[in-house]
Design a protein around this ligand. Structure first.
Ligand code: ZN
Length: 410
């Protein structure tokens, strides 16, 4: 029975978005959260971009150390040989890649402007897949950018060529958020039936349909007998109006009428990580969580009007489709209202030791404490906001990795 897996693209689509930025430390902590949430793969960055190199290599080290495991770390590249050469040169241990090229007549004509015709796009993609496999790439995904506006016959031809070259998945990109749940179901059904290859759904929210389209596309893939991989972002960030929100997608698969029980998520999803993961991402991204965000918003389990409050108190199922405990909510959050010592770029050893003692982190000796203090100081410069417990713990536990993440190599 085919299943639905999550490939999260917060650390790629999310961070390439206008006005959205994450430090390399924040991207790392998000990868750890995604791993704990049970995501199949995190698209963790751009291996051909200089400032990503140390971060990507360091995160692959964390994968080797089983800190990020079993989640896969996958890079995004254009389906051009130059990007692939650079990816394996910069990040030699990278295995998983998604190779992207535009497939719609609009983009082929108006982006490539005569440099590539439809047949050249297929050739470039096949050449890139061959090169990536030869360099050590595994389980490659091929992205059809603007798939939703691509002539379906050509899209099938493109996907068959990708499969023939050795790709393991096709990413159906609704790049402009143009599909509806009805159109994506029909198109993905035809694509999956003709090509028989697992399909990724990459849906944007320009019409407010990203989650619905992802679900409908995934249903089409499963109905046609192949696995589906939904692309998500934490808190629904992503280009323009965003990508499909990760928690909404998981909730929709688990609880929506006609999908629950019948269609299954890949094993390992731990929904109770959602609350902490989304709160951390909101802080790191500096984007507040809307009060009506599914599952996570302040109002997701709030009742005020007489009939609703009375009903919810009598039986939670009167007005709650799922339980807040399942999302990791319900624990009291303790906020210090008295004296607070924080760690920052000009902290000294006494204050630093006080903060780490509260986290129950012990150092072997003064030398180790001084080393971690230096890193914590620099982490504050790197993040440009007060460090939170997850970050402080990470720096103390993996000082060598932290040091690598903070540096850039050319
Ligand atoms: Zn996108």
């Amino acid at each position: 029975m085919p299943r639905i897996y999550i490939i999260d693209v917060t650390n790629r689509d999310g961070v390439q978005t206008s006005r959205i930025c994450l430090s390399k430390l924040e991207k790392t902590i998000i990868n750890i959260y995604l791993n704990n949430f049970g995501v199949f793969q995190s698209e963790f960055g751009f291996p051909f971009t200089h400032h990503e190199i140390n971060y990507l290599n360091a995160n692959l080290e964390l994968a080797e150390m089983k800190v990020i495991s079993p989640m896969r770390l996958g890079g995004w590249v254009r389906a051009i040989p130059g990007d692939i050469e650079l990816a394996f040169k910069n990040v030699p241990k990278i295995k998983y890649l998604n190779l992207s090229i535009s497939t719609s007549a609009q983009m082929i004509k108006h982006k490539f402007q005569g440099k590539l015709a439809e047949k050249d796009v297929i050739k470039a993609m096949q050449k890139s897949v061959n090169l990536a496999l030869q360099k050590g790439g595994r389980q490659l995904g091929v992205n059809a950018e603007d798939a939703s506006r691509t002539d379906l016959k050509y899209l099938i031809e493109f996907a068959l060529a990708a499969k023939e070259a050795g790709a393991s998945r096709i990413r159906y990109c609704d790049t402009l958020g143009y599909d509806s749940p009805f159109s994506i179901y029909q198109r993905v059904t035809t694509l999956a039936e003709k090509v028989k290859i697992p399909i990724e759904l990459h849906c944007h929210n320009d019409l407010g349909l990203a989650v619905a389209n992802s679900l409908s596309g995934a249903k089409a893939a499963l109905d046609a007998g192949v696995d589906a991989y939904i692309n998500t972002c934490v808190n629904g960030v992503g280009e323009r109006a965003g990508n499909a929100d990760i928690v909404s997608v998981v909730l929709a698969i688990m609880y929506s009428q006609g999908i629950e029980k019948k269609y299954k998520l890949g094993e390992g999803i731990k929904l109770d990580v959602a609350w902490r993961m989304c709160k951390y991402a909101s802080y790191a991204l500096n984007i507040p969580i809307p009060i009506n965000q599914p599952g996570i918003g302040a109002n997701a389990f709030a009742h005020e009007s007489g009939i609703h409050a009375d009903g919810a108190l009598k039986n939670r199922r009167n007005y709650e489709l799922y339980d807040y405990e399942d999302l990791g909510r319900g624990e009291p959050e303790i906020i210090d209202t008295g004296r607070q010592i924080t760690v920052g770029e000009y902290s000294g050893i006494k204050g630093f030791r006080n903060v780490y003692a509260k986290l129950a982190v012990k150092f072997r000796d003064d030398r180790e404490a001084a080393e971690v203090l230096e890193l914590a100081r620099y982490a504050n410069v790197h993040n440009q906001k007060p460090l939170v417990n997850e970050e402080l713990r990470f720096i103390a536990k993996y000082p060598k990795i932290a040091k690598k993440i903070f540096q850039m190599s050319c």
